[in-house]
Design a protein around this ligand. Structure first.
Ligand code: ZN
Ligand code: ZN
Ligand code: FE
Length: 725
């Protein structure tokens, strides 16, 4: 019997070897027909007897890099055809396709890379349909070579033959290249230069996939200090790239889940717990118990480690808070005086993209910075509306919803930096152009002074579409709902550093009853003053004094904090748990003057004795979670000579207990709802694991995979659609 079926597949189905897979499968099953890329996914026409088997294989074993969102089928008229064909892309219409992130070099390519008989032997830009650059080289969609920065390179006859042969693993691999026709590293003798320089303790600027790195020998303390000094980076930890998992195991505790994540094709930086007593890594992550490690992800890295099989510092090339450099010209200009050697290449980076930072907490992967490999990333979205969400100012990323999906863009940076603002504006422009859509609704943070708020308002005014501000912590929690496929109601815990509240104070210690539509602030940390506003965010001492002032003003009489509090000038009130961490870190003598954002809290977590089970007192009165007994208790114990390791652990235990009691209280009132967690404080692994332990299986716990502000845009967009604007 002759059957005929039209199949429409959406998701990440272009530029990932999807059509050759369809061609091969259809041919094997003796089906005729065609496959073609469109703006709305891939369309397949199938004629023959084994259509069911084809669908079965499509569902159970599609090509490895594809990510299918939907498969729609429609029976059609049978046509007698000779064979199965791959047709040209179908232009026109609106783009529904997704942009694939960049993918680390695959095993097949790595094998060829070190095969001296292969024509791509030691060629640093080897790639195939299963690996190589994507997002970083794309100028527009559909994803075809002329719309990428590979346009500059004319394929040689050998590459062209592979590119057009459906049975070749480089069939339609858009960035296909070889030493004859493709990009090249400069200087030409880079391998020799690399080996000599890295061994000699020099700093090397290396152009990678999404931008430049600065590299040096991680086992050479003099080189590491030199890099810190030249980069203006006092204590902020450096990420390491190590040759293989063996090296990771020798330096860090690593679970099977973490090994899997390290070796995944996304190849993120994974935050791991340092092994006790590992002394060799001096000055890499001073005062911290964790280290960010990644495995090599480009062919160039593989060659580098073949020449120098030791851990290497691999840090984004920039100066202090500036965004990562991605052009050869900027590297030469800005890294002069920082780098001793430049390894550049002539494949233009169209979209800059930082290395992603991930961790595994209690079995769940947490994304601390969405970047190369892990972003852009799309989620199903419960509306077809086109919504652009600007996110927040710190760790900014934006999100674009259209055609029932939402795409989170890679990390942009902190918008205080004018360069980051420009990058955000350009990235939004490019993404709208790529998808060929016009937003009908603009979302932003409620904070009136955020750059992102002002940019969103200007953008909306120019296009005459509405712009809506969303409370920071409601957005945090709604983002977690979206990730978990929920709509609410739910009980939410937003423990955070800073977020503008609806009452004009700074929030960050909220327990909410909320949905994607609305929220009520049920319980919150007893407010305290932030003497000097933003200056207090950078000074745990001031925050600690503000807390002590509420306990016993005499204790801190005359301090700057108290002078500010008593004058009432620039002393906003806050319920921030992030600041409570800072204050405790300071009171325990761990960190008084942080040199980077989050340092005080990270070091407090680092010292905690994980075997300690005791806790501290606290109170819940009406809507207020009272920290005063906690601080009093902490100081008493400290006076008795109890060490910072024990008290830090007790502080973490107390917060977990606080969550449990607040959650129970809300559950009694509102019923058995899921508990949702988001906000920067939940980057703290110890706290997350303690909460999991205390609550156990009594309630459903949903932790956000994007706990810091890089998940804000997702929540903003979801709230936008649910409010029916
Ligand atoms: Zn490959
Ligand atoms: Zn070639
Ligand atoms: Fe936040």
């Amino acid at each position: 019997m002759n059957k005929a079926l039209h199949i429409h597949v959406t998701g990440i189905v272009q530029g990932v070897g999807f059509r050759p897979w369809v061609w091969k499968t259809a041919t094997e099953l003796h089906l005729t027909g065609s496959v073609r890329n469109g703006f709305d996914g891939v369309r397949i026409e199938l004629y023959g007897d084994h259509i069911e088997q084809f669908l079965e294989r499509l569902r159970s074993g599609p090509p490895p890099l594809s990510k299918i969102n939907s498969i729609q089928t429609l029976e059609t008229e049978f046509q007698a055809l000779e064979d199965f064909r791959i047709l040209e892309s179908d232009p026109g219409g609106e783009a529904l396709q997704q942009i694939s992130p960049d993918i680390s070099v695959c095993d097949d390519c790595r094998r060829e890379l070190f095969d001296c008989g292969d024509r791509r032997f030691r060629y640093p830009f080897i790639n195939c349909v299963n690996c190589g650059p994507r997002f970083s080289i794309i100028e527009n969609l559909p994803y075809d070579r002329p719309q990428t920065s590979m346009r500059e390179f004319n394929m040689c006859p050998d590459c062209a033959a592979e590119y057009s042969n459906p049975s070749d693993r480089r069939y339609h691999a858009q960035p296909i290249a070889c030493p004859v026709c493709g990009p090249a590293v400069s200087p030409e003798n880079w391998q020799q230069e690399w080996k000599q320089s890295i061994k000699a303790g020099k700093i090397i600027a290396e152009k990678g996939v999404g931008g430049f790195h600065l590299a040096c020998d991680a086992l050479n303390p003099a080189a590491v200090s030199k890099l810190r000094k030249r980069k203006g980076r006092e204590a902020k930890p450096f990420a390491l790239m190590v040759p293989d998992l063996e090296w990771v195991r020798s330096v860090c505790e690593v679970s099977p889940d973490e090994e899997k994540l390290l070796a995944s094709r996304e190849r993120p930086i994974v935050l791991l717990r340092l092994k006790g007593g590992f002394q060799t890594l001096e000055n890499i992550a001073p005062g911290l118990s964790t280290l960010g490690i990644m495995l090599p992800y480009t062919p160039m890295h593989d060659i580098m480690f073949d020449l120098f099989p030791h851990p290497v510092v691999m840090t984004s090339a920039n100066y202090t808070a500036e965004p990562m450099i991605h052009t050869n010209a900027a590297a030469r200009e800005k890294l002069e005086g920082i780098a001793d050697l430049f390894l550049t290449h002539n494949r233009e980076i169209v979209n800059r993209c930082d290395d992603p930072v991930c961790a595994v907490y209690g079995g769940q992967t947490v994304v601390l910075r969405p970047g190369r490999g892990t972003a852009p990333v799309s989620f199903p979205f419960p509306s077809d509306e086109t919504i652009l969400a600007f996110g927040a100012d710190m760790k900014n990323t934006f999100a674009l919803a259209h055609h029932g999906q939402i795409t989170l863009h890679p990390y942009i940076g902190d918008l205080e930096n004018p360069e980051a603002q420009q990058i955000l504006e350009r990235a939004i422009g490019r993404e709208l152009e790529c998808f060929n859509v016009d937003p009908t609704l603009i979302m932003h943070d409620l904070h009136p002074d955020y750059f992102s708020t002002r940019m969103a308002e200007t953008f909306a005014a120019r296009r005459e579409v509405p712009a809506i501000g969303i409370q920071h912590h409601h957005a945090h929690l709604a983002g977690a709902l979206l990730e978990h496929g929920l709509h609410g109601p739910a009980i939410g815990f937003a423990f955070d550093g800073t977020g503008y509240g609806t009452d004009g104070t700074i929030w960050g210690g909220e327990a909410m009853l909320f949905s994607a539509r609305e929220f009520s602030r049920e319980l919150y940390l007893r407010p305290f003053a932030l003497p000097g506003g933003d200056a207090a965010v950078k000074s745990p001492r001031r925050v600690a004094d503000a807390l002590l002032y509420q306990l016993d003003p005499a204790r801190v009489a005359g301090s700057i904090a108290v002078q500010l509090i008593e004058s009432g000038i620039n002393c906003p009130m806050t319920s921030s748990v992030g600041r409570l961490f800072d204050a405790v870190s300071c009171l325990l003598g761990i960190c008084e003057k942080p040199t980077f954002d989050g340092e005080a809290a990270m070091r407090l977590e680092a010292v905690a004795d994980r075997t300690e089970t005791g806790d501290l007192q606290f109170g819940i009165r009406e809507k207020e979670i009272d920290w005063r007994p906690l601080i009093a208790d902490l100081l008493d114990e400290k006076e008795k000579g109890v060490g910072a390791e024990i008290l830090s652990a007790r502080f973490h235990n107390t917060l977990a207990e606080m969550v449990y009691l607040c959650g129970r209280k809300l559950a009694e009132k509102h019923g058995d709802l899921p508990w949702v967690f988001s906000g920067g404080v939940f980057q703290n692994r110890l706290l997350v694991e303690r909460i999991q332990r205390v609550v156990g299986s009594e309630f459903r716990l949903c932790f956000s995979s994007y706990p810091n502000d890089s998940g804000i845009a997702l929540g903003q967009a979801l709230i936008g659609v649910k409010n029916g604007h």
